[in-house]
Design a binder for this molecule. Structure first.
Ligand code: PLP
Length: 365
């Protein structure tokens, strides 16, 4: 599915078309990289759609390009979006720092129950958005609840499926409208690609495409081609990573220097049963907290079998550990999170001993 045919030489793999100009006369499709419709972009879009059991797929220049284009496609001035308490920091920043410029309102739900999300919905709500498992706390949001509320209130539902990957979780099975990925993670899988991907119905994708061609966050065809190659091993990689992370989570859970482990595959995880219901595997990502008396920076320096990283090219073929000082957990008691949340996050930034670590484990294929 989605291979570009090599009609000239019948090569085994998709040829790469780097052209940014295509003949105009007599063609139905006016191809141009920023229109997201070059042969390689279209081919990979079909693969993403198939993985996410959707009609259409689009590739973006980063995960944040995918997140922002999707949200801005369905939110206009005066509209409102409901989000969960735990989100990737970049998504949180985008909402909190940019939405006021567009006149878009937002509410972070007080908790994760149907009641919590329902309470946050207003008359002008247009989108309900979630990330499950969340980065970095591996919090699970119930996909059925999100889909049901979207249907009841005529909202568009969006799931950031990055930390699960389409191998472990297909939100379309639960009625979710739009699936978003930082393809920089599992899809790329080798820490050498920055990309984003979206899967949705053709109707929703038309809306996303309409704004995306104006904003212009398309990905170079060379990287699209590399991403297509990476996808061929994603299922194998993710399955091995699931296995390794579960082993590591169990080991960490018993370790005297570890205060808490966040991994939905552990029976002790508060959302274990929910994860079991909606995921086929529990992901290769986990996070943990060290006990207070241990300095996270010293800990990082002493690691031997892991690469320590600053940001997000996780889910590749190395063991990665990153120290996340900014857990993006929004205090439930805060009704209007923007200012207070930033304070809360920076409180964690200052308190280095409370650093959380996010790990990804090497898949021994
Ligand atoms: N969504 C999640 C869950 C992420 O973890 C990240 C990056 O870490 C992003 C989106 C943003 O992806 P990118 O860094 O490719 O823009």
């Amino acid at each position: 599915m989605g291979e570009v045919k090599d009609t000239q030489f019948q090569g085994a793999i998709s040829p790469l078309f780097m052209s940014s100009s295509y003949q105009y006369d007599g063609v139905d499709v006016k191809r141009y990289p920023r229109y997201f419709n070059t042969p390689n972009q279209e081919g990979l879009g079909k693969k993403i759609a198939a993985l996410e059991k959707s009609e259409a797929g689009m590739i973006f220049s980063s995960g944040m390009a995918a997140v922002s284009h999707c949200l801005l496609a369905f939110l206009h001035k005066g509209d409102h979006v409901v989000l969960p308490q735990t989100l990737y920091g970049g998504t949180y920043n985008f909402v909190v720092e940019e939405f006021h410029k567009f006149g878009i309102e937002f509410t972070f739900a007080d908790g994760f129950t149907e009641k919590d999300f329902a309470k946050a919905i207003k008359t002008n709500t247009k989108v309900i958005y979630a990330e499950t498992p969340s980065n970095p706390l591996m919090k699970i949001t119930d996909l059925e609840i999100i889909a049901r509320l979207a249907k009841q209130h005529s909202l568009v539902s969006m799931i950031d499926n990055t930390f699960a990957s389409a191998i472990n979780q297909t939100p379309a099975d639960f009625g979710i409208d739009i699936m978003i990925h930082s393809a920089t993670k599992y899809m790329g899988g080798h820490s050498d690609i920055c990309a984003g991907a979206v899967a949705a119905s053709s109707k929703h994708m038309d809306v996303i495409w309409n704004i995306s061609k104006n904003i212009g966050g398309s990905l170079s065809d060379y990287t699209v081609w590399l991403l297509e190659r990476s996808l061929k091993t994603m299922a194998l990689r993710v399955k091995a990573q699931n296995k390794n992370a579960k082993k590591m989570a169990k080991w960490l859970e018993k370790h005297p220097l570890v205060a808490k482990v966040y991994y939905p595959g552990l029976k002790s995880h508060p959302d274990h049963l929910l994860a079991k219901k909606q995921m086929k595997g529990y992901s290769g990502m986990l996070s943990f907290e060290l006990i207070d008396s241990l300095d996270p920076n010293k800990f990082m320096k002493q690691l031997k079998a892991c690469k320590t990283i600053y940001e997000s090219s996780r889910c590749g073929v190395y063991n990665f550990v990153s120290n996340t000082y900014k857990p993006c957990l929004i205090e439930p008691s805060r009704k209007s999170p923007s200012r207070n949340c930033r304070w809360f996050a920076s409180f964690f930034c200052r308190d280095r001993r409370k650093g959380r670590f996010t790990c990804r484990f090497y898949s021994s294929l």
